[in-house]
Structure formats: structure tokens, C-alpha cells
Design a binder for this molecule. Structure first.
Ligand code: ADP
Ligand code: ASP
Ligand code: MG
Length: 403
């Protein structure tokens, strides 16, 4: 007998037919003699719809009330799925995040899981029940509902799998696994059989939505082997694990993230301490900075350019124009029409020429590169957002011509 955590995303439970389909997957697994814990997301676009409803009433609603609202989506899903499992004549109980023992910190809207007290889930499993848990939510120390940030149900599933020492954690979604690019945009993207945590973490962080990056971070930390697979079609998916027996492959994937802003601070004094002041001010407001570029000093001044999440852009500009006297507010330029396109793969460490090949693909399509950032296993470029899809396609074709 194995203990298996199965997670189903919003599209997998979008309507009655799909909920019934999930109930069949779950009960098949249960009838094979396994203990099954299921984590579900809100149905279809429910979370977006709830956010829209809030906007109609109060666009500046407090984060606490936003969490109270958003958590409702998952409550609907767990009840409906449990009802569908009842019709399959299997014993089942649904639980909200707090009932399943999730405690978090108090960062509403982006809470971090603190602990998972599995006592209640364990006791239900001991009574031979299937347990259906609401993803994306927990309880802070004030007994308030919190949510984990968009896509957070993946993290709920991994956290539960780690806390229960589950034998497997399966992430069911609307594609058959992790591909070399978004299979909805690049139809001949290749499904990966396996991928390492580090590579998956880069892909997820750089825009491959299929797994939330915090879930991958947590899976790596607690050594939870993840399998990403389709809820619509029974086919082998992608396994995320530490060491792989993978076929040699230079790259694992190409990603796009259009959710960024580029900010340039032009003509600041070319003296020590300016970069510190800028990035310290941003860090003080929890604004994450990604790619950074500093020009060579000329005539005593220099330019500093960096990227942030789009949602943080305006706040960053406001902060720099008011808090740092060396910066001329008139000379801060923000551009939200940019995107980051990246290639990821541990193989590039030992393959010189990966960057050249990527840049050649962009050159062939006449796409201009604004900024470049690299690490051992990734290369990212910042380009015009309007070119992003074309860039992904060109780069993918260059590296995976056989596809
Ligand atoms: P869920 O609702 O199941 O959590 P998501 O919409 O969050 O599903 O993630 C699945 C989507 O991720 C797919 O529909 C696909 O369009 C997108 N995606 C982006 N990049 C990739 C990739 N490299 N491999 C697989 N899917 C990807
Ligand atoms: N329902 C939440 C969202 O849409 C959580 C999730 O789907 O993982 O972001
Ligand atoms: Mg998701």
C-alpha cells in the first residue's frame, strides 16, 4: 500500500464532467489499495472571477479580505469533488486548508507555509477515507485565512506530500507533462520524461506555468519526487527528481515571462554607493529585482537599468524618485512592454556556444536584445514584448530542429 498525494488544477475540475473524471482517477487509485490525499484548486477561472468581483466593489480592498474571498474558490471544489467521490461509493472527507493543518505566516496574498499538522488527515486515512484538501490556503497565527499566491495549490500538494512522507506526489494538469516550451504555443514542443529539480525550478521561475516555482523549491528541499501528468489522458508524464537517467540533452526548455517591467535610472553620479542605495531601497519594500545592467561611466555619470515584476514597477519608480536625492525623477524611465525569454538546461555548462546559438536565432528574426543575464544553467534576454512569442518559436526551432 502506498500513500499518494494527487493534485488537480483548475482546468481539471472546471465543470461537472471534469469533476466526475477526477473522481474516477482518484477512486481508481484508492481501489488499487492506496491511501489517497487529493489537493484541488478552484474551478476553471474562479479565482480570476473572484478578483474581478472584488475590483468592482473596491479596487483597493485589503489583502486580508482578498484572501478571505479567494479562498472560497477552493472550498467549492473540495465539496464538489467529495460529492463526486461519494457517487463512486468510496468513503471521503473534504477539508479546508486549516482543517488539514496548514499554518502560514501573515503575508496575505503570498503567505508562506509554516507547518502542516497532519493529525486530522492521518486519522481520516487510518479510517480508510479519501481526503480532499483545499489547495492554496492556510491559517495564520491570528486564525485568519491566508492564500499562498497564484498557482499556490502546487505548493500545498508538495507540502502535504512532504509532511505525510507520501510515496508519490502527482500533479495532474491540462497538458501531459513538462515540455521544452509551452505546448499550447509551440505545438511541436517535446515532452520531457525527466527533469532535475534545479532545471525545473529555473523553468518555473522563468515563466513555465506548469509548476509553481515554490512547489519545486519545496520538493527539492524535502526530496519529494513529483510527477506532472494529464488529468484528461492517461499517459506517462514528466518526473521531477534529483538525479536523472535522462538522455543527453543540451537544453530542457525555452520560456517566456511577459509579466515584467524594465526600469532605467539615467545619468546618476558615477560614484561608489549608488547601486547600493537603489537596490537597498527596493529591498526595503520587498521589491524583487531580476536582471541588472550598469553602463560604463562617462563624464562622471552612469545609467542603471533593472527589471522587476510588472506589479512592482510603479512602486519602484515612486520609491526611487522620492527616496534617493542623487536620482533625477525626470530621468527614470519605465517600460512595461518588455518580456524575458530564457533557455534552461544543465547541459549548457559543458557546451560553449549556447548563448551564440540563442542570439543567432534572435538575429535571424531581426529581434533586438535589450539586456542579457546568465547563470550556470540559464540564459535570459530582455526583448520587446511584441517579439516574445516569435523569439520563443525561433529559439526552440534552433535548439530542437528535429521537433
Ligand atoms: P493547473 O490549472 O493545472 O494548475 P496551469 O495553467 O497552472 O494548470 O499550468 C498548466 C499550463 O502551463 C499548460 O496549460 C501550459 O499552457 C502551460 N505551460 C507553460 N510552459 C509549459 C511547459 N514548458 N510545459 C508544460 N506546460 C507549460
Ligand atoms: N486557484 C489558485 C489560482 O488560481 C491556486 C491554484 O490554482 O493553484 O491561483
Ligand atoms: Mg497551476
Amino acid at each position: 500500500m502506498s500513500l499518494i498525494v494527487q493534485k488537480f488544477g483548475g482546468s481539471s475540475v472546471a465543470n461537472a464532467e471534469r469533476v466526475r473524471n477526477v473522481a474516477r482517477i482518484v477512486t481508481d487509485c484508492y481501489r488499487e489499495g492506496n491511501q489517497v490525499v487529493v489537493v484541488v484548486s478552484a474551478q476553471g477561472d474562479t479565482t480570476d472571477d473572484l478578483i474581478e468581483k472584488a475590483r468592482e466593489i473596491n479596487p483597493k480592498a485589503s489583502k486580508r479580505e482578498m484572501d478571505m474571498l479567494m479562498a472560497a474558490g477552493e472550498q467549492i471544489s473540495i465539496a464538489l469533488l467529495a460529492m463526486a467521490i461519494e457517487t463512486e461509493r468510496c468513503p471521503v472527507v473534504s477539508m479546508l486548508g486549516w482543517q488539514a493543518g496548514f499554518t502560514t505566516n501573515s503575508t496575505y496574498g503570498a503567505a508562506r507555509i509554516r507547518t502542516v499538522d497532519t493529525a486530522r488527515v492521518r486519522s481520516a486515512l487510518d479510517n480508510n477515507m479519501i481526503v480532499v484538501v483545499a489547495g492554496f490556503q492556510g491559517l495564520n497565527r491570528h486564525d485568519d485565512i491566508t492564500t499562498l499566491g497564484r498557482g499556490g495549490s502546487d505548493t500545498s500538494a508538495v507540502a502535504l506530500a512532504a509532511a505525510l512522507h507520501a510515496d508519490r506526489c502527482q500533479i495532474f494538469t491540462d497538458v501531459e507533462g513538462v515540455y521544452t516550451a509551452d505546448p499550447r504555443k509551440i505545438p511541436n514542443a517535446i515532452k520531457l520524461r525527466e527533469i532535475t529539480y534545479d532545471e525545473m525550478l529555473e523553468l518555473a521561475t522563468l515563466g513555465a506555468q506548469v509548476l509553481n516555482n515554490r512547489s519545486v523549491e519545496m520538493a527539492k528541499k524535502y526530496n519529494v519526487e513529483l510527477e506532472v501528468l494529464s488529468s484528461m489522458k492517461r499517459a506517462p508524464g514528466t518526473v521531477v527528481r534529483e538525479v536523472t537517467r535522462m538522455e543527453k540533452m543540451l537544453l530542457r526548455g525555452v520560456t517566456k515571462d511577459a509579466d515584467i517591467a524594465r526600469i532605467s535610472v539615467v545619468g546618476v553620479p558615477d560614484t561608489p554607493g549608488i547601486a547600493f542605495k537603489i537596490f537597498n531601497a527596493l529591498a526595503g519594500r520587498q521589491i524583487n529585482v531580476d536582471v541588472i545592467l550598469q553602463s560604463i561611466g562617462r563624464k562622471g555619470t552612469k545609467d542603471i537599468t533593472f527589471t522587476t515584476a510588472k506589479a512592482d514597477g510603479e512602486q519602484a519608480v515612486e520609491l526611487l524618485s522620492t527616496k534617493i536625492p542623487e536620482i533625477d525623477p525626470e530621468r527614470i524611465v519605465i517600460d512595461t512592454g518588455v518580456a524575458k525569454v530564457s533557455v534552461v538546461g544543465a547541459g549548457m555548462e559543458t557546451h560553449p556556444g549556447t548563448a551564440a546559438k540563442m542570439f543567432e536565432a534572435l538575429y535571424e528574426r531581426n529581434i533586438n536584445i535589450q539586456m542579457i543575464a546568465t547563470s550556470e544553467i540559464k540564459i535570459s534576454v530582455i526583448i520587446d514584448a511584441a517579439d516574445a512569442d516569435k523569439a520563443v518559436e525561433a529559439i526552440h526551432l534552433k535548439f530542437f530542429p528535429e521537433s
